[in-house]
Design a protein around this ligand. Structure first.
Ligand code: ATP
Length: 361
């Protein structure tokens, strides 16, 4: 079992902006990352994740704002004095050095004595289970093994903060899952404050203690994976984490424990009363494709007729694009092999408990 070697480091990103000419890559961003947190910056390509990470690392200056490690302001301190470990997407290993030398490099730079270096390199390689490959060169390793060398190289210097920029994206699907679990375990063992960049929502939800969802340089929502998943704050966050069906309208009445929603096309859907929304509120209702049921018969309420436009069979699930009777496109995923061909008429059931209310912006 590894020792917790991390110092307690809180990272505070305060009103940070970064511009490239006319482009604002990161816009007045505030993120407070507690010591020991695994914070993921999640968002689509170009939303500013790497720019933010690069400013924390020190390879990019901030245009405005401040970054602190605990009470020390670090945004104007040179990179090598920030004590940050970094794993890049392409690992950036030194090809002419063995695994051992790659991992030792940062310690040599810091003038750590030889005996201590040997001990710490061995410890770091042990942590990532690569002790037996210490004398190989990077080209003699698989992608997953190279990734682990990059991790060992980042943690051997006992950084205050560990930064990871899409470190799993070059691996195949199975290895990505295995490495995800190893990464999670390593974080639990070491307790280093970690900032992780990805556009993969599953990875973000599985690894993180907190997630910051970004769009166009702006943080849209910060929360635990559960909060983000169950209570996305707006259309962007909901859509990004897989709520792909949206219905626009307003609440028109109450019915027992339900609020009754009427869409712009005048169909009605019941949704569980959240105690927050009122009759008259203009909202979006959203539901995940996997939460819509295809029924033989029409349900008593929250039913919608539709016609299959296209079906997409992918192993144990089938995805359908349906055109509803209200001429809206609805996405549905069902488990199992049953398949409806294009043109087939079906009934959809939108269970009130799976419909989520989102405020219109
Ligand atoms: P990806 O997942 O594709 O790496 P990202 O979320 O990390 O995307 P950034 O690389 O931070 O996004 O880029 C944010 C915005 O800033 C983009 O519009 C990008 O084109 C722009 N940008 C980034 N670096 C530069 C640069 N050196 N010069 C000019 N514009 C840049």
């Amino acid at each position: 079992m590894a020792q917790a070697i991390a110092e307690n480091t809180r990272v505070l990103i305060k009103n940070v902006t970064r511009k490239f000419g006319e482009t604002t890559a990161v816009d007045s961003t505030n993120i407070d990352i507690s010591s020991g947190e695994f914070m993921t910056l999640l968002g689509p390509s170009g939303c500013g994740k790497t720019t933010l990470l690069s400013m924390i690392l020190g390879i990019l200056d901030v245009s405005d704002g401040e970054i602190y490690f605990n009470s020390t302001r670090i945004d104007y301190i040179p990179m090598h004095k920030r004590d940050v470990g970094m794993v890049f997407q392409n690992y950036a290993l030194f090809p002419h050095m063995t695994v051992e030398k790659n991992v030792e490099f940062g310690l040599e730079m810091r003038k750590v004595p030889k005996e201590e270096r040997k001990k710490r390199v061995a410890e770091a390689l042990e942590l990532v289970q690569l002790g037996h490959l210490a004398h190989r060169f990077p080209k003699e390793l698989s992608g997953g093994q190279q990734q682990r060398v990059a991790l060992a190289r980042a943690i051997v210097v006992r950084p205050k903060v560990l930064l990871l920029d899409e470190p799993l994206s070059n691996l195949d699907a199975k290895l990505r899952k295995d490495m995800r679990i190893q990464l999670k375990k390593l974080h639990q063992d070491l307790g280093i404050t970690t900032i992780y960049v990805t556009h993969d929502q599953e990875e973000a939800l599985s690894l993180s203690t907190k997630v910051a969802v970004m769009s166009f340089g702006v943080v849209q929502q910060i929360g635990t994976p559960k909060e983000i998943f169950l209570h996305p704050k707006n259309h962007f966050v909901a859509n990004f984490i897989g709520y792909t069906n949206f219905f626009k309208g307003k609440f028109v009445s109450k019915d027992g424990d339900y609020l009754v929603f009427e869409s712009e096309q005048k169909y009605k859907l019941k949704v569980e009363d959240d105690g927050i929304h009122q009759i008259g509120d203009e909202v979006l209702l959203t539901i995940k494709p996997e939460n819509i049921k295809i029924m033989e018969e029409q349900a008593e309420f929250n039913s919608m007729k539709g016609k299959v436009i296209v079906s997409d069979y992918v192993g144990n699930t089938t995805g359908y694009e349906i055109e509803s009777e209200y001429k809206e496109k609805v996405k549905v995923n069902v488990l199992g092999l049953e398949s409806y061909l294009a043109g087939h008429e079906i009934n959809l059931f939108l269970d009130p408990k799976n419909l989520l209310i989102i405020n219109q912006e």
